[in-house]
Design a protein around this ligand. Structure first.
Ligand code: SAM
Length: 298
């Protein structure tokens, strides 16, 4: 998958291969193993005046400056990305030109999942008061906002979209299912009614448990739209606070049950809105009721 980032601050993304967002962790690994490529383009390279001007005063008056459409148009032409209407007939649904904007639709894990299915994503970073509106009208497939606050530029937002999308590309994370077993994970297929412990098993575990009633092999369970469960590592006692006993007793089913319940409790405490759309089992609902939360009917 290819990313192109258009910005007036290319150094933001790291001047050397081992710097910035492109030079660290999962993103760096994805780039080094050619599962993704990222190309940073300086919008000032597409200007023609001595001062390499990318902005101008707003029509109608008011504060600040606005990014001009011409350098962006030329950068997109250089990238062989014609107008939105022309592009949609050439490569329908395989690429997206995205304007980062506080006025955009909210970027979520499900947006990242959708972008991860594309061949190419172009991220256009605004600055100042924003970008001439005709850029969005003519060239952008969508406008994305990373949250309800205003940043001073789109670079941080682009870095977030890049990171969240790259880690979902097949082969980038160690286990293909890793991204299901974390906050906002995709729902599992419905559990088989006959499988013991079904609500606490993911599909792989259920297949294994269904076929030979073996101890399920994995130690996580899919989040099904809620937050991840709390994680602990050594030491078992830290500053007088011990890990929950259940995590040390080797009973995998009890651990899964505890993790699911801890995830539900955390979601209720921090993001109760997620419970309105999460894929909840009867056991989940019963547990939430013990916490005083009545889950909405399915
Ligand atoms: N005048 C704009 C408004 O009120 O919506 C804010 C412009 S902001 C100072 C400059 C640039 O930062 C925007 O063009 C956009 O690219 C980026 N930006 C700011 N907040 C953002 C957000 N929540 N999500 C994505 N990009 C954002």
């Amino acid at each position: 998958m290819r990313f192109d980032i258009l910005t007036i601050f290319p150094e933001f993304f790291g001047a050397l291969p081992d710097q910035g967002i492109l030079g660290h962790g999962v993103v760096s690994r994805a780039l080094r193993t050619n599962l993704a490529s990222a190309h940073i383009h300086d919008l000032r390279a597409f200007t023609h005046d001595r001062h390499r001007t990318v902005d101008d005063r707003p029509f109608g008056g008011g504060e600040g400056m606005v990014l001009k459409p011409q350098p962006i148009f030329e950068a997109l032409e250089f990238l062989n990305l014609p107008s939105k209407s022309a592009r949609q007939t050439i490569h329908p649904q395989r690429e997206a030109v995205i304007l980062l904007s506080a006025q955009g639709k909210r970027f979520t894990q499900s947006t990242a999942r959708r972008l991860a299915t594309l061949d190419r994503v172009v991220l256009l970073c605004g600055r100042y008061e924003g970008v001439d509106e005709r850029v969005s009208q003519l060239f952008c497939d969508e406008e994305l906002s990373i949250g309800d606050y205003v940043l001073s530029g789109g670079e941080l937002a682009a870095a977030i979209v890049l990171d969240a999308t790259v880690r979902l590309l097949p082969g980038v994370l160690g286990h293909a299912d890793s991204s299901r077993y974390e906050s906002f994970g995709e729902p599992d297929p419905p559990p088989s009614a006959t499988t013991p412990g079904a609500p606490y098993l993911d599909s792989e575990m259920r297949a294994s448990a269904d076929s030979n009633n073996a101890q399920p092999p994995r130690s996580t369970n899919s989040s099904n739209g809620i937050l991840d469960y709390p994680h602990y590592t050594r030491p078992a006692d830290f500053l007088g606070l011990s890990i929950p006993d259940v995590l040390g007793n080797g009973d995998h089913l009890a651990i899964r049950r505890w993790r699911r319940q801890a995830a539900l409790a955390k979601t209720l405490a921090n993001r109760p809105d997620l419970l309105l759309t999460a894929d909840l089992t009867d056991d989940d609902r019963e547990y939430l009721a013990t916490l005083g939360y009545e889950a909405p009917a399915e």
